[in-house]
Ligand binder design. Structure first.
Ligand code: SAH
Length: 348
């Protein structure tokens, strides 16, 4: 496929290929094309971030959720989910443990849980930031009002992760109930960016009903939004959801999309996700070799980890957990990179 190399070179030169070019690259490429892409992606990531890999301590602080996304294990209608919320003290002790291990970013992620009002979350952010002024706080709590986003930013939150999930309205409809809308999700993303957050969008690879056209739109949307972070990981079914019987996204396709995203957004903070580590034992290392530069070990209390089950078989021990940071460090080094202690901000 001689044309594929041309499309990859185009991405590398900072030009967005047309939809047809991207579509044919995505739908048919050889192993040689993939290796060519990864080599360029590593080159670009090393130009911007050298060999550094940033770590983020992930604190899954609530699995209550008002939404009912068909793919997600903590959707509100999953009666088998055993619900929990961490207290402010619990969250702070996760940060404390993380700080001592070397984390300088804490990611507070949860379902859309309005128990955590604007004010409550402001209080938590302020406590974290005053105790650890050298740390960044990332929020990932879904779609909320502009005034909430603004207040949290003013309380000191630095970054916000909100995957758009899919950029085609028709596909969005097949993954979410009618009360949710792609339009609103995108609007939130523009607001977050506008407020000043380092903002992350992203999508699942291989989600049910996803076509190559969906992925082309996802890439175009990322190119348009120019987020500072991009969360791209494989869909994995969860047994208590309507998508229980669907198949997972593949390692191959996820890696390929990480590589494309790195070329398209050279400075992006791009995690090798837990989901990638779940579908393949060396998934995260391969992700780093494809252009990723962030890993997010789990800092949640061990007692709640099984309850934050977005998908089945989620790995949360070994190199995926904050307890085994040394193991993770060795694996990052074996992949040719180095784990660094620091906030790991977006480089402009
Ligand atoms: N409530 C927050 C956090 C959601 S969980 C929000 O709305 O942003 C974080 C991410 O996990 C989601 O954005 C989704 O892309 C991913 N996720 C959820 N279910 C998944 C599944 N079954 N397989 C893979 N990823 C999943």
């Amino acid at each position: 496929m001689p044309d594929n190399k041309k499309v990859i070179d185009q991405l590398c030169a900072g030009t967005m290929p047309d939809r047809a070019g991207l579509k044919s690259l995505l739908s048919c490429h050889s192993e040689e094309d993939a290796q060519y892409l990864f080599k360029l992606a590593r080159h670009v990531r090393e130009k911007v971030y050298r060999k550094d890999v940033y770590i983020r301590g992930l604190i899954e602080f609530t699995n209550y959720c008002r939404n009912d996304c068909y793919y997600c294990g903590i959707r509100c209608s999953n009666k088998n989910a055993s619900r929990y919320r961490l207290s402010c003290e619990n969250i702070l002790s996760c940060c404390d443990k993380g700080y001592r291990t070397g984390f300088r970013t804490f990611v507070l992620q949860g379902g859309e849980d309005i128990y955590f009002t604007k004010e409550k979350l402001c209080g938590i952010i302020e406590k974290i930031k005053s105790r650890y002024p050298d740390c960044a706080v990332t929020l990932s709590v879904g779609e909320r009002d502009y005034s909430d986003y603004l207040a949290w930013y003013e309380s000191g939150a630095d970054r916000y992760l909100l995957r758009h999930e899919t950029a085609l309205p028709g596909h969005y409809r097949k993954l979410h109930p009618d009360v949710m809308s792609l339009e609103h999700r995108k609007e939130c993303l523009w607001q977050l960016k506008d407020i000043g957050y380092q903002t992350g969008a992203g999508f699942m690879v291989g989600s049910p009903f996803q076509t190559t056209d969906c992925i082309v739109e996802d890439l175009y949307f990322l190119y348009e939004l120019k987020p500072q972070m991009a969360g791209i990981g494989p869909f994995i079914p969860q047994k208590d959801t309507p998508f229980a019987g669907k198949s997972s996204g593949t390692l191959e396709q996820t890696l390929f999309l990480l590589g494309i995203t790195r070329l398209m957004l050279p400075n992006v903070l791009l995690p090798a996700t837990t989901a990638l580590g779940t579908i393949a034992p060396d998934g995260r290392e391969l992700g780093l070799r494809a252009g990723a530069n962030v890993v997010m070990p789990n800092l949640s209390p061990v007692s709640v980890r099984d309850k934050y089950s977005l998908y089945d078989n989620k790995v949360n021990t070994g190199a995926e957990s904050a307890e085994c940071l040394e193991l993770l460090e060795r694996r990052i080094e074996a992949a040719g990179y180095r784990m660094v202690t620091g906030r790991g901000d977006y480089k402009v």
